[in-house]
Design a protein around this ligand. Sequence first.
Ligand code: C2O
Length: 586
Amino acid sequence: MASLHLPCATTPSSQTRSSSRPVFAKPSHFITHAKRGRCLQVSCAAAENQNDSSRNVETSQGKVDRRNMLLGLGGLYGASNLVSAPGASANPIKPPELDKCGTATNLNNNTQLDINCCPPLSQNIVDYKLPPVFQMKIRPSAHRLSPEYIFKYNMAIDRMKRLPKDDPRSFMQQANIHCAYCNGAYDQPGQGTLDLQVHNSWLFFPFHRWYLYFYERILGKLIGDPTFALPFWNWDNPKGMTIPPIFVDPKSALYDENRNQANLPPAVVDLGMTRNTDPLQVVANNLTIMYNEMIRGNSDIYDFMGQPYREGTPVNPGPGASERGSHTAVHVWVGDPRQPSGEDLGNFYSAGRDPLFYCHHGNVDRMWSLWQYFLPSKTVPDKRITDPDFLNAAFLFYDENAQLVRVTVKDTLDNLRMGYDYERIDLPWLDYRPPPQTVAARVTRAGKSAAKAETVFPLTLDKIVRVLVPKTKKGKADELLVLENINVDTTKFLKFDVFINDEDDNIAELDKAAYVGTYAQVPHKTANKSATTSIRLKLTDLYDDMDVADDDTILVTLVPRHQGPGVTIGGIKIIENPTPAPPKTS
Ligand code: C2O
């Protein structure tokens, strides 16, 4: 059965095709359709024979062999299957030159703090080869850990904190990886002073996957347990929507005092940053956000993964739905408002200093895995980018033996090949489609306060703004809403939500058809404190739940969730979906 698994063809065949490579240890996750009530459970035939002790909540109607599904996607890496990326092909992002690492800067509130977060140097860089997988590590939900696991995890972090300061595996050095890659310490090699940045683009998921991969291996090594797997913060499930209790015990190595004290348990994580005070409504908002960023809002692979970022590309070409949505919200929600820049989690330079960061990113990484393998989409049939500028982008990390290694994006595409999987947890957002909106607010009522799109842009978004945007076709068309030339002050937390034809104007409730999506960012530094980015939000499925009749105009409401200026939007338009859905088969 093992031979059925499709390895990354782009990884050296000597490793991936090795006949001694074991089969998967465990089945995982769920598969779904965007349609209500039509989800299938994915399992792994090889694993079904084993004693699977992981808890599984049945929400499905049938089973699909995961590997057959992978195969069924057909020629995942075949040249005939290239996903063409927007923008001309250039070269992949090169790994940073560590000896040219500069001072990172934390620019916020006009105070400038120079931070040295450069790693120790090493002349000896080895190309990293994924080792064969003999036993799949299963990352557990942080809310469901056994006392033995908690003890081990604590001990591992404690030992990491006790390593010598200049050991690249020590706690601060590990935290500094994030600072250096994310707050401007590195320039792109050979590109002048152009920053190297791993957020707000297609590098977001792969970079963080590698980061956690080595972090996990280092922890395992420190406690002599190569099977050690990082926990994930299951914030997408109501049972996981508080900070996991293991992180809030002041005596624990997992504790960090730089957190928002108002958001400690039992506070419910607010993925929408709506400041709604009703916890049940916050849960409803969260599930809607998950449904939106995982299922309804993406038209192509880049809408989810983030926009292409190649050698010579300016930073922040555009974050994917998950990065700018739930990911950003958790950072900012946990960050401590008593600190000047929302430290620790609320700013990229300090985020890695909170052990909770790695647990949060476990779930972010899990979202990538879920989306990639288990969410067959009508519109994004192949969930992998095959652009060589993506696959060959490279980073440097120190491995568990303090060896500096060069890794590439192509080796991250399959978490099973990397030797880990996630505990299966119910995904209550799968079918969390908001109720239909039957009464159209449309242009009549709201039109009174709405401006015409031509007249308001560029727009500094510091209050709620309503604009009328022409459709490409009347009624329920296959369309995207594009927000372009979004100029952001990168040093600030910024977020705005987008609604269309919102009938009730209750901006603290997101569980309605009118909610389209969000833009949000974690504060970080870029060379000139600003970046220009864009997002696309798919409207097609949302029209199904709205009375758009034969309208040829949509009312767009932009709701800032941050205070003050910091974001200017260049324009809004509705375009026809350039990657239309294949014909429905059912
Ligand atoms: Cu590198 Cu959550 O950020």
